[in-house]
Design a binder for this molecule. Structure first.
Ligand code: PMP
Length: 456
């Protein structure tokens, strides 16, 4: 695309540096400018409509035109456009939201701490874990185990937790005290013939060996997403979480569940923790909490975490952490209304029912010459592309095929995202079965359009 001088595209190239974008390539091809939203669809500046098969960034649960969220924000803006929770101040939206979140938590939780993004929330989790170890007189207990391919954000601490090369290379990350263990990616990392259960056992054994090698009394916590999202939609093999949790319990290691993508229905239960039997000490949430209409994130912490933090804050004089907009009343009011919509419209049930349909329909593509594996649960799925089904080899270089098919998919009116060679599907929770059929038909067309280029 060559942008016309002074066009919106040209001005984007001139003034706007993008997130997660090859900046030089952007100077050449410019942006896709999205102008409006309608349910599961968005429309670009030329009037072309797309199914937003990633719900934006895995996040717009209620779709792109929910008037109730606009009204909730407007009401709160008029009532009290800003207040904070520093130094004993509070306001109704955060109190109501905190109470609501504790009441729907998948395990008993004690308190909610509010932040603005998933990255900030995970950064906060890390700081809380260190503070707690100091409070308990265990200053050596500071290491956090995360997983290769895990995604936990981009701040210095949360990018360190993230286990993806692009978040580390040239950023001088990860920082000290972060260790990465293996990925529960059966298709890529299991040995030939290894069952899901045997693979899970091997990963749990590897984790235990790592803990023993590092020194169990130096390991404070383990962090993981119930289903890995940005790492390529990696659904853990059967028995994985049960076996990992048994190891953590043995060595008194806290568990942080990063529910930033899975939370609020994505996997067909309110939380991914319920789908996989995970019992976290800290549960991190964002994205679908407000359907991303406004930025908000939160950590639910149990008493094992809260009580030592409270003691330490009392000893020092304050808990010296908090963000100006952490617990902002407007996103909090939007989040409350969003949760009401999710409950009233049974969007979690919809994710389960329509999700089962989406999983079935996408798996029909598994026979396609370019598809290595289709995996997912509820309304989240990954279609991993390969140039050779037998060897699972990529086309040209890793990621090239993902980019090619994703381009054809966009031409066919569906916005997905390729994470390397895996296409992600994570549509708004309001999607219907017939809309899923439209989406899958476009994926089939994009695969067919790519085939001649790949097989030449
Ligand atoms: N955790 C997970 C599981 C995520 O998917 C993301 C964002 N994709 C984050 C944390 C970071 O959230 P944010 O981009 O809001 O900082």
């Amino acid at each position: 695309m060559t942008a016309q001088p002074n066009s919106v595209e040209a001005r984007d190239i001139s003034y706007h540096m993008h997130s997660y974008t090859n900046a030089r390539r952007h100077e050449e091809i410019g942006p896709l400018v999205i102008e409006k939203g309608d349910g599961i669809y968005v429309e670009d500046a030329s009037g072309k409509r797309y199914i937003e098969a990633m719900a934006g960034l895995w996040s717009v649960a209620v779709g792109f035109s929910e008037q109730r969220l606009v009204d909730a924000a407007t009401r709160q803006m008029k009532q009290l456009p800003f207040y904070h929770n520093f130094t004993h101040k509070s306001h109704a939206p955060v109190i109501d939201l905190a109470e609501k979140l504790v009441s729907i938590a998948p395990v008993p939780m004690s308190k909610v701490f509010f932040t603005n993004s998933g990255s900030e929330a995970n950064d906060t989790a890390m700081k809380m874990i260190w503070y707690r170890s100091n409070a308990l007189g265990q200053p050596q207990k500071k290491k956090i185990i995360s997983r290769k391919r895990g995604y936990h954000g981009v701040t210095i601490a949360s990018a360190s937790l993230t286990g993806l090369p692009n978040n580390h290379i040239s950023f001088d990350l990860p920082i000290a005290n972060v260790i990465h263990t293996g990925t529960p990616h059966h298709y890529r990392d299991a040995q030939p013939g290894e069952s899901e259960e045997a693979f899970a056992t091997r990963l749990a054994d590897e984790l235990e060996q790592l803990i023993l090698a590092e020194g169990p009394d130096t390991i404070a916590a383990f962090i993981g997403e119930p289903v890995m999202g940005a790492g390529g939609v990696v659904v853990p093999p059967a028995t994985y979480w049960e076996k990992i949790q048994a190891v953590l319990a043995k060595y008194d290691i806290l568990l942080v569940a990063d529910e930033v993508i899975c939370g609020f229905g994505r996997t067909g239960s309110m939380f991914g923790c319920e789908t996989f039997g995970i019992r976290p000490d800290i549960l991190v949430m964002s994205k679908q909490l407000s359907s991303s209409y406004l930025p908000i994130s939160a950590l639910l912490i149990n008493d094992r975490v809260y009580q030592p933090l409270a003691d330490e804050s009392n000893r020092i004089g304050t808990f010296g952490h908090g963000y100006t907009a952490g617990g902002h009343p407007v996103p909090a009011a939007v989040a409350l209304e969003n949760l009401r919509i999710i409950e009233e419209n049974d969007l979690v049930g919809n994710a389960k029912r329509v999700g089962a349909h989406m999983q079935k329909r996408l798996r029909e593509l598994a026979d396609h010459e370019l598809v290595g594996e289709v995996r997912g649960v509820g309304l989240i799925a990954g279609v991993e592309l390969v140039a050779d089904k037998a060897t699972r080899a990529p086309w040209k270089n890793a990621g090239a095929l993902g980019l090619l098919v994703n381009g054809h998919l966009q031409e066919n009116g569906v916005i997905s995202r390729n994470m390397g060679d895996t296409l992600g599907f994570c549509p708004p929770l309001i999607i219907t079965e017939s809309q899923v059929d439209d989406m899958v038909a476009a994926v089939k067309k994009a695969l067919d359009a790519s085939l001649p280029e790949v097989k030449g």
